[in-house]
Structure formats: C-alpha cells, structure tokens
Write a new protein. Structure first.
Length: 31
C-alpha cells in the first residue's frame, strides 16, 4: 500500500516537514 501512492506519501512527508519548519520558525521569530 505504501508503494501504491508514492506522490501522496511524498506530499504528506513534505507537508509535515514544512509544518515543523514553520512551527520552529514562529518560535524563533516571536521567541
């Protein structure tokens, strides 16, 4: 199943990565 939708998995992986970067970016900016 993991290899059935490589684009979805790739998008989700980058989405999580972007959220983490954005989260720590906000902490760095306002903190």
């Amino acid at each position: 199943m993991a290899h059935k939708f490589p684009r979805i998995s790739f998008f989700q992986r980058w989405s999580i990565l972007f959220k983490c970067i954005f989260h720590y970016g906000m902490i760095f900016w306002y903190g």
